[in-house]
Design a binder for this molecule. Structure first.
Ligand SMILES: NC(=O)c1ccc[n+]([C@@H]2O[C@H](COP(=O)([O-])OP(=O)(O)OC[C@H]3O[C@@H](n4cnc5c(N)ncnc54)[C@H](O)[C@@H]3O)[C@@H](O)[C@H]2O)c1
Length: 437
């Protein structure tokens, strides 16, 4: 099938590369010239495991092309995906300007019978706006579909190739067989391709992210109760997670959720509720609890050292909002760094892949970057773990001990065991479990 993907970011690139891998002729378009230049040279501008090999192979075998010519790209596809960003606007609602801008471009370059698929996460009702915008420019017949994306950064290729489900919101049965042909290779093992009305598909994406965010905020609040009452949140997690009605995923207490999806999607869903006169009060608290949680590590540090951190140096492990990605959008590390610097402290940070992104955010003007995790501990008054990268899980404590000024660890991801830290002679502050002083 001839497929066009507009927007070549975290989602668009994965969609384009995976659809090319299954034999489609794919053109990926983006207005970011430097991104497209890199991609045409076979370089992937983001860190996503496995994506570089997929792009290289499909580019080399001629099934994948990259262009900044969005008009021509639209003309290529029988199926056109909209995969541009929907960042929060000033009020927190999803900003649809990029989506509707692309819809206009699609309208101006429409071919008869085209299937337009919104992949971007958009509020319920957006498909109607996309249709209206396209119709301003063309009288040709076309179909609008909503196909929300559930991939996780860091495991995006696997999630797209072997999805738990594919959700397709459709206006009529006409595009159904084409969608079955397109997505069929990814659901061969029997996971469902679920057709539904468009409003339900649009809402499904927000509902999924809001539910996952709620689990995290629930566990984070429970962690505070564990700390206050002498319980251990990691034991409580095991105790409830083995109940199949609850399940084990997304029950980890920590330094708060971040990233490009949960924070913005929870806020956008609250505002959609407001728009329809429905108070999603649960989600207001999910969001507020997470905002508080992102300040937890800073509060713990100040609880130990006092509000004035002048002359103190802090080593940070992890900048990305989660492991296996370089994405720093709304990362808890940013909140922590602001708090430490604001109180007069200095920071040296390590991240296996996100340091380049951090430099682009101008973080390098305020923060030193370490070449490895051990350098981040040198002369530090405390080490603070913010992202649970694999390489941080079993460190050489003897080596760390020999370089730190004080043997103090704040663990925002509960990577270590209190008994181990006691044995190694460290002060240790995890989340929702026994502290070692
Ligand atoms: N990142 C994720 O894990 C994830 C997962 C599921 C869904 N989503 C949703 O997918 C959408 C895209 O997210 P992302 O993380 O890939 O964003 P991104 O910012 O990484 O990429 C968006 C791309 O769109 C391009 N773009 C903007 N306007 C354009 C235009 N008019 N024409 C062509 N290209 C244009 C930008 O230059 C950018 O490269 C969002 O709605 C997001 O909520 C993201």
């Amino acid at each position: 099938m001839d497929v066009t993907v507009i927007g070549s970011g975290y989602v668009g690139l994965v969609v384009g590369a995976c659809l090319a891998e299954t034999g489609n002729q794919v053109v990926c378009a983006d207005i970011d010239e430097s991104k497209i230049r890199m991609l045409n040279q076979g370089q992937v501008p983001i860190y996503e495991p496995g994506l570089d090999r997929l792009v290289e192979r499909n580019l080399g075998e001629g099934r994948l092309q990259f262009t900044t010519d969005v008009d021509q790209a639209v003309k290529h596809g029988q199926v056109v995906f909209i995969a541009v960003g929907t960042p929060p606007g000033e009020d927190g609602a999803a900003d649809l300007q990029h989506v509707l801008n692309v819809a206009g471009t699609i309208g101006r370059n429409m071919t008869d019978g085209m299937i337009v698929i919104t992949k971007s996460t958009v509020p319920v009702g957006t498909a109607g706006k996309v249709r209206a915008e396209i119709e301003r420019h063309t009288d040709l017949r076309f179909h609008v579909c909503s196909n929300p994306e559930f991939l996780k950064e860091g495991a995006a290729i696997d999630d797209f190739m072997r999805p738990d489900r594919v959700v397709c919101g459709i206006e009529s049965d006409d595009p159904r067989s084409s969608l079955e042909e397109l997505f069929g290779p990814f659901v061969r093992s029997g996971n469902p391709l679920i057709f539904m009305d468009i409003a339900s598909a649009e809402l499904t994406k927000y509902a999924a992210n809001a539910m996952l965010a709620a689990r995290i905020s629930f566990m984070n609040q429970l962690a505070s109760l564990c700390e206050a009452s002498g319980a251990d949140v990691t034991q409580v997690r095991k105790g409830i997670g083995s109940d199949p009605r609850i399940g084990r995923s997304f029950l980890y207490a920590g330094a708060g959720y971040g990233g490009s999806c949960f924070p913005k999607d929870v806020r956008a869903l609250i505002l959609t509720g407001d728009e329809f006169g429905v108070d999603l009060s649960i989600l207001r608290e999910v969001h507020a609890a997470n905002e508080r949680q992102k300040t937890l590590l800073g509060r713990k540090v100040k609880g130990r050292f006092g509000d004035d951190l002048s002359g103190m140096r802090f080593g940070i492990w992890g900048l990305a909002f989660k492991p296996e990605t370089d994405d720093m959008r709304e990362a808890p590390a940013l909140t922590l760094i602001d708090e430490l610097l604001g109180a007069g402290g200095s920071v040296i940070a390590h991240d296996p892949v996100a340091q380049e992104v951090a430099r682009k955010l101008h973080l390098g003007e305020q923060v030193d970057f370490a070449d490895d995790e051990y350098e981040a501990c040198r002369d530090a008054d405390a080490l603070i773990v913010v992202t649970e990268w694999l390489q941080y899980r079993r460190p050489d404590w003897k080596r760390i001990e020999s370089t730190m000024k004080q043997k103090i660890v704040f663990d925002g991801r509960n990577l270590f065991e209190p008994w181990q830290m006691r044995r190694n002679g460290f002060e240790y502050y995890p989340v929702g479990r026994e502290q070692v002083r």
